[in-house]
Design a protein around this ligand. Sequence first.
Ligand code: RIB
Length: 289
Amino acid sequence: MSKNILVIGSINKDLVINTPRFPKEGETILGNNFSTSNGGKGANQACAIGKLGGKVGMLGAIGNDNFGKDLSNALSSNNVNIDNLLIKDNISTGIAVITVTEDGANHIIVAQGANALITKDDIKEDVISSFDIIVMQLEIPLEIAKYAAATAKKLGKTVVLNPSPAVKLDREFLSCVDILIPNETEIDIIGGIDYVLECGVKNIILTLGADGCDFITKKERKHFNAYKVNVVDTTAAGDSFLGGVVRMIADDKTMEEAIEFATKVSNITVTRKGAIDSIPTYNEVIESY
Ligand code: RIB
């Protein structure tokens, strides 16, 4: 039976401008179209798992506003259990301002809003106990992510961390992580591959954008290629990749099988615009490859 997954993390409304290029410092340029989409690394990852047919719940916070309502609907309509969704008063739902260039590259700035108000009291042991795999990112307060990881580890859960936005992570936090999924910039900020392995992380999946990813343990480093696709928007590429990995691990697939599946998922995501809406369903992945 497929394992139960809980995503603890961020929920954002994405405000997106497509632009011919990124502006230089101090420069104003004219962009193309503006759109909004439902996102946030936590919500994207939860919806990816839900769209791929996994059993998943979301523990995160929205504001008591229309953006929050949109995101709550987006989560439930993508097969994500929202029993542990928190509504915080007198604060906006998280916002991400995103610029996307014509070759699909992006810049993202997040105003955390309600995501910043998650407290230790919101991380309940009885909730974590009822899930098998706990997935986190770092768009919620660092001390809360660290507390959630320690609680999950104490309860014997598998902990998956996407360390984004990256900060230097201490040994105490990393020792609670079973699978770390950073990109090249993030692994450097955290402290490097050797440091992470030495702190007790058993599996690193280092994402390399169009070059695929490397699966790294103390014993081996194995490369996986991405497919050549027409890239439209890289937003949520990493989130959908993580969703694919976790979805497969929940079914007891090997790390290699999980990475191969996740590569297909993220390679479809980058051919579409937006965050949650760009992530494929399980059938779309199977039918495309
Ligand atoms: O990873 C992409 C996500 O980062 C966006 O959806 C945005 O909300 C930010 O959290």
